[in-house]
Write a protein that binds this ligand. Sequence first.
Ligand code: NDP
Length: 260
Amino acid sequence: ITPWLAAVLVGNNPASEIYVKNKTKKFEALGLKTDLFRLNEDISEQELLSLIDKLNSDAEFHGILVQLPLPKHIDSEKVLNAIVPTKDVDGFHPENAGLLSIGKPRFIPCTPKGMMFILKHFNVDLNGKHVVVIGRSNIVGRPISILASLKELGNATVTLCHSGTKDLKYHSKQADVLVAALGSPEFVDASYIKEGACILDVGINRIERDGKSKIVGDVNQESVMGVASSLTPVPKGVGPMTIACLLRNTTISCKNRLIN
Ligand code: NDP
């Protein structure tokens, strides 16, 4: 039995095309299966929900991924909530978010899960450390703050910052481990960090520089170099780990099906 992912792509958003292609390519390279369901930009919400319904009950698929963002006329929350939680390999369904928050995760969202693997791989022990997260989205900031704070996982002290945070620098400068997930190109420079901090740069921002298009993170890498003790690069840092964790979650889902 081969883990099998159904990927749903609505419209022609160029960034989404690249993200989905990178994901499906990796699945194929490792001998896992994917089916890509391409839908027109003007598909109705009801038609999309009907497709999700079909994928939910199709025993062939172990995981369902709906690439975000969806067109404005579709309620993304409604669509994500329609995915049966046992196939929600992105970990966005409220049931899976709830399980994570009580320390009993089923599917951990791929980006924060990937970050935890990076920290483990490089022996960055979070136990008793101060982790500061900038950004509180349900897909990155909030779940990494939960993972870092769970006793069985990070056991860190966590501060979660957002656009309403007063004096962001005061908080970020206290971080032993700083997670930058705000979606603002090269926002975090040396003035935001404490010497020796470990930095996870989650941002993926496309900018124009010297007449060329370039991907940069939320951290000004040049500025923090020599001040931070370690830093994940952009590109090729957290991004590939997100894909690796999607593969892992789909494999876990396949295994769960065999057990149950
Ligand atoms: P969202 O836009 O959903 O969330 C951004 C968060 O940052 C919000 O909580 C917002 O606050 C906060 N924020 C924005 N500006 C500031 C500021 N100046 N000071 C403090 N907080 C601020 O973004 P995502 O979480 O979806 O993504 C964040 C970044 O990570 C993006 O660049 C995205 O492309 C990238 N990303 C990368 C992935 C990867 O695989 N590497 C996967 C997913 C995302 P508020 O809540 O108040 O609005």
